[in-house]
Ligand binder design. Sequence first.
Ligand SMILES: [Zn+2]
Length: 268
Amino acid sequence: MPELPEVEWYTRRLVQLVQGRTIVHVHLPDPEIVSGGRVSDLVGALRGKKILNIRRHGKAVVLHLGESCLLIHLRTSGKFVTEDPRLTEPKFLRIALMTDGESHLSLCDPRRLSRVHWIQSPDAATHPFIASLGPDPTSTEFSGHVLMSRCGRGRRIKEVLMDQKVLAGIGNIQAAEALYLARVDPRRRVGELASEDFQKILDAIRRSIAETLELEHGSTITYVQEDPGQSKFRVYGRAGKPCLECGSLLQTYKIAGRSTVSCPRCQS
Ligand SMILES: [Zn+2]
């Protein structure tokens, strides 16, 4: 499942590949991926449109096309691919935007859960999906104080960090990694934390995002669940293995139905 770093990486790639390009053809093998208007209208409306800029908010990517926007939400298994559909159609292709200059944006999704929302307005911020999201943790306007004010008091901190309405883009992996870096037990109730803990947690989220981004290279991304190799994370995927700091065995348990991993000593 993509989290903020993967979507950020994709967004940077898309900026390189298609920002400033003009859409010359829309290939739509799965029309159900589109919402917000009639598919036949969308295909016609997109042709000739220039992709003015591409922005990420949380796990969503927005293509600004002037009078309209496309909001792409990859959900659990969507990914952009680099294979050129004009040569061989990639497996599970749902939509491809061909642009001038022979570049393209191709979205594949084996589970068909991704969505492309056609927003017939120049401003995506008013779309209910974007409007429902909390601030992006990489935003300079976000702070530990803002995080504390959005967390409430009663829920466990890990569950809160994964709530997209509190902050956008953090999933199971980044929440577990950030809480380990911040030395906070994921089971702590928000109301039990000191005010300075929220800045520590936000700093740890930013550090974890930056470190995950540094690991990405090449032309495509392999999601964690597709890669049976050694975990590249400090705690995620390492339950029962020794903590990299203190050597204690990492423990696993569920919070809000999701498995989590933490160190019984470093995060006590
Ligand atoms: Zn430890």
